[in-house]
Design a protein around this ligand. Structure first.
Ligand code: C5P
Length: 301
């Protein structure tokens, strides 16, 4: 696939199915608040083998239509997948028509990037279906206009993202990583979390560089380098999250960290067996509390 995205896709006369992975933020440093109200970040994201499927069917007429299966997310123009299709057609100045089908497995609204990932898959897929041959840089520009995390998902893998997240620098593979994801039964609205951010929550540039170096050692324990400057503001913004994280500690489920602005929590391991044991422990201790549990690995190359 163009740009070395490595995405699995099958094409059949005007119909295309793409895998659309979730992500976690391994490192997230808030650099500071900008004059436009957004915050500049330095964040390392990695794609997971937990994924949605995005099906695109090129049509002759009818504009953009969207069907969502498997999750309660909006199926109209507010969905990032729809916005991506509109941005693509506007950029090319064509009245294209496409039916988008989202088969959702990534839990929505929890900081796993499902909506952004679906939007990236739509951009990549339309570029193929319509034979437009936009290069990765052109797609990245479009992606940045659709949402902060969309550009990351054009490549997948592991990348260092700057600005609002839309400036993507691919990194070497950080070695094996397996994740236990906990999905609490409450959301963390992104805007609210940023509203509770204080300058004192920022890690220094030095701490970030040091964490990045340690991440690159495939023998390192992720507990020693995972970093998220949004964790403290997320706990202040959503008291339920604060209580939940306290409860985890008291149950002996230690080391769970917020992904992005939450509410998904994760703990990373270098060995799959360790992750599996932690999952089973979490399953028995959290039974009946409405917490979703997922075991995921880093997405393959
Ligand atoms: O990216 P998204 O539109 O989901 O972000 C929701 C809100 O979170 C933004 O309106 C902004 O207030 C805040 N935000 C931010 N800095 C970022 C990303 C989001 O301040 N890099």
């Amino acid at each position: 696939m163009k740009g070395g995205t490595g995405r699995k896709a099958g094409k059949m006369s005007g119909l295309l199915a793409l895998s659309s992975p979730a992500k976690v933020n391994l490192l997230l440093r808030v650099v500071g608040r900008r004059s436009d109200g957004y915050h500049d970040l330095e964040t390392v994201m990695t794609a997971l083998d937990l994924s949605d499927t995005v099906v695109l069917e090129r049509l002759e007429k009818g504009g953009i239509t969207l069907d969502v299966d498997g999750a309660d997310v909006p199926a109209g123009p507010e969905n990032l997948a729809w916005k991506a299709a509109r941005a693509f057609f506007e950029a090319l100045d064509v009245e294209g028509s496409v039916r988008i089908g989202l088969i959702k497995r990534i839990p929505p609204g929890g900081g796993l990037g499902g909506g952004s990932s679906n939007a990236a898959a739509v951009l990549l897929g339309l570029n193929r279906l319509f034979g437009t041959g936009l290069d990765l840089r052109a797609l990245e520009t479009l992606a940045g206009g659709v949402g902060s995390d969309v550009a990351f998902f054009l490549r997948g893998g592991t990348s260092l993202c700057r600005g609002r997240g839309e400036q993507v620098e691919p990194l070497e593979d950080p070695g094996p990583l397996f994740f236990v994801l906990l999905l609490p039964p409450f959301p963390c609205p992104t805007g609210e979390v940023y509203r509770f951010f204080r300058p004192g929550d920022s890690s220094s540039e030095e701490v970030f560089r040091d964490s990045l170096e340690r991440m690159r050692d495939p023998g390192s324990d992720p507990a020693g380098w995972i970093l998220n400057d949004l964790e403290a503001p997320a706990r202040r913004a959503v008291p339920e999250l604060d209580r939940f994280m306290g409860e985890l500690e008291s149950l002996g489920l230690e080391g769970f960290r917020v992904s992005g602005s939450g509410s998904t929590l994760f703990r990373a391991f270098r060995e799959k067996g360790e992750a599996r044991r932690e999952l089973e422990k979490a399953r028995s201790l959290l039974e009946g509390k409405g917490v979703g549990l997922v075991l995921a690995g880093k997405a393959g190359p």
